[in-house]
Design a protein. Sequence first.
Length: 271
Amino acid sequence: MSLRVALNAVLATMVLSGCSSAGQRLDQRARAAGLEIVHVAAGAFPSIVYLKRSTAGDHASEPLTIFLEGDGIPWLGRTPSEDPTPRQPVALEMLMQAPAPAAYVTRPCYHGLRSDKCNFELWTGARYSTEVVESMVATVRDAQRRLGGERVALVGYSGGGALAVLIAERLENVTSVVTVAANLDTDAWTDHHEYLRLSQSLNPALSHNPHPWPELHLRGSNDPVVPPATTERYFARYPQAQQRTIAGFDHICCWVRDWPTISVPPTAPAP
């Protein structure tokens, strides 16, 4: 092969990879990790789920762990994003280090999936709305059916942490909820950053639902995105919820790197 042909081949590869969507890149990452990609239409919106099935030697009796991603890119400046799909899939990378069975559940209208019901409000002001949460609950139940998981543990990163709490309130047989850098009081969080309030969304800190499962909320000591003051009302509402601050971590670093050592599920508090 001549140098010119080789260079043209490299350039073509670069162009093709540059034109791929965020959802396609996540699919490529999932396939490379040996995950099964499933299109699910269980809820009001279509979703994509990455499944990590148990194999010989896995702890098949363990709860099915559901990973929920952050908000991605809901806005571009003052304009709603055309594609909110995350470019840095922290929760997906955490799943890849987790034991099976596990599943990564995408959000309605993310990942390049569109339906007649999709509109920009579903990833801006209504990103944690009843409509979104209930659709994701149906998708989680579909993942349970596919993987045979009667019990469920939920792990949510950033905005996925708020969704993890809201979804857990609507599921049966939840064994634990773990959030990472989660905005658990959406009003306090938007007020702190002077963002528009998520007026069409549910706020976990204002929930009246009981939390009978153990929950652990992790945050980084250097996280400017979700400072402690923005979650105080949540912990006043749910004083049994466990908190843990990890020195040196921020909103992104170093959750994926250290996930195997910090992902111990919470235990029920002493009565």
